[in-house]
Design a protein around this ligand. Structure first.
Ligand code: PLP
Length: 415
């Protein structure tokens, strides 16, 4: 991938570079095939068939049984809103007693804020916590499921800040065994193509196999997998209660009205193809580079905590917390050296609010303000990782030298 600016981009959980193959796959739909796929003349009808083919390709890559289980949206935020609000509405329509959602304290705002807003409107939300490593508290989860009352469960597969992976296979099985009418929704935005997944396979055990046969709704977006921003998917298993969420024309079988974003649909299909074909190879490459970064930072930066270190994690994410150096100052100096990383999530950075994810994991207060997320892609190189290591070690030392919270002589935080 060309990098004319020669910066080191390690913020791939925020967004990714568009793959050149994806740009090429989209090009004809910008240049010549600009038809509205709902029109009735032959090139438009052919275009509608091409969308169907892309939908089939995506369904097959996800292991979905039917192409019409794939609904195109504009982003994962829209897919999450549609799943939560559309699922809850449909459940209440069928049974007014089903008014509760179970979710976790560490979800992305695209789920968390929807749940908070539903809570304010009078719906019940049961929030499940995590342990020090970011693993879900299973006992709390089981207690939160209420037969006859829980309408929907929404759990992310991989955390955007720490990369910690939740055991969706097991959580979905428990939900269905508790009450088969519960809708199980997964925000898969950070795990898609980073871990295998099959929506038709039913787990025979509780391993992290990606056997998602008990999952009803699943969200993700293109821009985390080298497709453009502005395209997302909501997978909706056939028969899942779901109210319409964008009302208007007949597109997406009336579930999501609006003229299809044809070039981006084609881009998403191409990106999913590329990424799933090389899933293991990419994961092994990213994990090796992430581990190189992690080991070096643990060795060379005193008092550094690796968040989620003992939990299963996506191969591309490293989240560290350090004492005695504020995120903002470190990020600014890193940026001046061309290193792009983030503090907290893309949505919480820019504010001094500590991350809700790290707070839920009970990261010590002294280290909460110095929190950094390095997220790699398949384009990341060893050279880039080594540049990031040198820059980070150096910048942290500089910031700590003038920090009122760090004793430079002793090499430890001031209590
Ligand atoms: N869910 C998770 C876990 C995410 O990491 C993100 C984006 O960072 C989103 C949802 C929102 O995605 P989008 O930007 O496509 O709306």
């Amino acid at each position: 991938m060309e990098n004319p600016e020669r910066f080191v981009y390690l913020d791939n959980n925020a967004t990714t570079a568009i793959a050149p193959e994806v740009v090429e796959a989209m090009r004809p739909y910008f240049e010549t095939k600009y038809w509205n796929p709902s029109s009735m003349y032959s090139p438009a009808l052919a275009l509608a068939r091409e969308i169907d083919e892309a939908r089939e390709k995506i369904a097959s890559r996800l292991g979905a049984e039917r192409a019409d289980e794939i609904v195109f949206t504009s982003c994962a935020t829209e897919s999450n809103n549609a799943a939560l609000i559309g699922g809850l509405k449909a459940q209440i329509k069928a049974d007014p007693k089903r008014r509760r959602i179970v979710t976790t304290r560490v979800e992305h705002p695209a789920v968390l804020e929807v749940c908070k807003s539903l809570e304010k409107e009078g719906f019940g939300v049961d929030w499940v916590g995590v342990d020090r490593d970011g693993n879900l508290n299973l006992r709390e989860y089981v207690r939160a499921l209420r037969p006859g009352e829980t309408a929907l469960v929404s759990v992310m597969r991989a955390n955007n800040e720490t990369g910690v992976v939740f055991p969706i296979e097991r959580l979905a099985r428990i939900a269905k065994e508790t009450d088969p009418k519960i809708i199980f929704h997964v925000d898969a935005t950070q795990s898609i193509t980073k871990a295998p997944m099959n929506l038709s396979a039913t787990p025979s055990d509780d391993s992290l196999s990606g056997a998602f046969g008990n999952v009803d709704l699943l969200s993700f977006s293109g821009h985390k997998i080298h497709a453009p921003k502005g395209i997302g998917v909501l997978y909706a298993r056939r028969g899942t209660p779901l109210s319409r969420f964008m009302i208007g024309g007949h597109q997406e079988k009336g579930r999501r009205a609006g003229t299809e974003n044809v070039p981006y649909i084609m881009g998403l299909a191409a990106a999913l193809d590329l990424e799933t074909a090389a899933i293991e190879e990419n994961a092994a490459k990213m994990a090796a580079l992430r581990d190189r970064l992690q080991t070096a930072l643990e060795e060379r930066v005193p008092c550094l905590i690796v968040n989620g270190k003992n939990a299963p994690r996506t191969p591309n994410t490293l989240n560290v917390a350090i004492y005695g150096a504020e995120g903002e100052a470190v990020l600014a100096l890193l940026s001046a050296r061309g290193i792009c990383v983030s503090s907290g999530s893309a949505c919480t950075s820019g504010s001094l609010e500590p991350s809700h994810v790290l707070s839920a994991m009970q990261v010590p207060a002294g280290a909460l303000q110095g929190n950094f997320r390095f997220s790699l892609s398949r384009y990341s190189t060893e050279e880039e990782i080594d540049l990031a290591i040198e820059a980070f070690v150096d910048v942290v030392a500089i910031v700590r030298r003038t920090s009122s919270k760090w004793d430079d002589a002793k090499g430890e935080p001031i209590a």
